[in-house]
Design a protein around this ligand. Structure first.
Ligand code: NI
Length: 136
């Protein structure tokens, strides 16, 4: 396949809007905790922003890996056998099927990257569970 044909195959579909996203501005648009906003999508994955404070619930995602990138603050993620502490500019990928419980002593701003099919709290249901997350 020649270069031009390959390029054409990789070009955006007609109607796709290309726009830059300012993460800081997006974070200024909401203040609630544990309620991720969808700010981008690519290849079946979603880019989400969330503010976390306090303790979340133990849960796992059977078929999806989940990335936590720390934009501001710090986050602990408890696993059954260890705890990981993440600081600004660090990220962690929680593999599918692994139980985890995020804990934020102070408010933390995180970017999440996960497939669109990912359920917020896996099979667990909780008052914080939101599987109809807002696009910003
Ligand atoms: Ni999770």
């Amino acid at each position: 396949m020649d270069f031009k044909t390959r390029f054409k195959l990789r070009s955006p579909k007609p109607g796709i809007i290309m726009k830059k996203v300012n993460v800081k501005e997006k974070f200024q648009m909401f203040s609630d905790h544990w309620n991720p906003r969808i700010v981008g999508e690519l290849n079946g994955q979603q880019v989400k922003l969330a503010k976390l404070k306090g303790e979340f619930i133990w849960h796992s995602h059977e078929d999806e890996d989940e990335m936590f990138f720390i934009v501001k603050g710090s986050l602990k993620i408890e696993f059954r056998d260890k705890t990981v502490e993440l600081k600004e500019n660090e990220f962690f990928i929680v593999p599918r099927g692994v139980e985890h419980k995020p804990i934020a002593e102070e408010e933390v701003q995180v970017m999440l990257f996960e497939p669109a099919s990912t359920e917020h709290t896996g099979k667990e249901k909780h008052k914080l569970t939101n599987n109809n997350q807002e696009h910003l």
